[in-house]
Design a protein around this ligand. Structure first.
Ligand SMILES: [Zn+2]
Ligand SMILES: [Zn+2]
Length: 257
């Protein structure tokens, strides 16, 4: 393991590889994020999207699959095969929610991806799991979804990002996101467009959580297809509730935090 150096001042680069909920749209693919060299969730052609975003996929060191839903995991075998065929030699740490770790390992094995000449460390991801990537500390925390799921907190000595993954409005997110620089919150629905959806959050919920946690910036991802034509109105609505900055990224948008 590379050493963790909490004194190194470091910003974080975040790339929004996808921003839609389980049903993608013309412009948005299922939600996945790249934070520095860590990929969070793996739907669709993540390899191709990383290249489009100007990121060399061979630099990828860690992959985290937050939960067992298809829109968060179905592209994983394909990404690993593309990395293998591209002669990726450095080890990849692959963290998979312990809730479906064995099934995913079986799936990867079925595709012939667990092999001696492809250095892959498969690790079950657990609650309050802490992992390190150089100066980056990553910790998991439980959120409220229809299946076991984890939010993630990324911290360096100078910045913090919290990503909720799929969740209902949840006190644990408020606790973990207290004062962070950026909260990336799911917003599958909206009270003024779709009404609430079980296991997910509305745009308005995300804004309330951001306000309660006192975060500096709020990013909305995992957007349901019905929200697309109401984004200006929904952003205004979120800004009425939360006084910080509200960002609704497009696919492949990037930010430095
Ligand atoms: Zn989802
Ligand atoms: Zn889900």
């Amino acid at each position: 393991m590379l050493g963790y150096n909490p004194l190194r001042v470091m910003s974080l680069r975040i790339v929004f590889l996808g921003t839609s909920a389980a049903v993608s749209s013309k412009n948005r693919d299922n939600t996945s994020l790249l934070i520095d060299d860590v990929l969070i969730d793996c739907p669709g052609n993540v390899f191709g999207k990383m290249i489009k975003a100007g990121y060399n996929p061979l630099k990828l060191r860690t992959i985290i699959i937050t939960h067992r839903h298809v829109d968060h995991a179905y592209g994983l075998p394909s990404l690993l095969e593309m990395l293998r065929l591209s002669n990726k030699k450095e080890r990849i740490k692959l963290f998979i929610n312990e809730d479906f770790f064995l099934e995913m390992r079986q799936l990867l094995s079925t595709y012939g991806l667990i092999r001696e000449d492809f250095p892959l460390d498969l690790i079950p991801l657990q609650e309050n799991h802490v992992l390190f990537e150089d100066s980056l500390r990553i910790e998991t925390f439980p959120v409220k979804h229809s299946v076991p799921n984890f939010g993630l907190k990324f911290s360096t000595s100078s910045v913090c990002i919290v990503y909720t993954s799929d969740t209902e409005p949840c006190e644990e997110v408020v606790e973990r996101a207290k004062g962070v620089d950026l909260l990336v919150h799911e917003a599958t629905c909206a009270e003024i467009v779709t009404g609430k959806k079980e296991g997910h959050s509305c745009v308005e919920d995300a804004a309330r959580i951001a306000k309660q946690a006192g975060v500096k910036n709020l990013c909305l991802v995992h957007l349901g297809p019905q929200l697309e034509e109401h984004l200006c109105e929904l952003t205004r609505k979120a800004e009425e509730i939360f006084s910080g900055r509200v960002i609704v990224p497009e696919d492949l948008d990037r930010a430095i935090v």
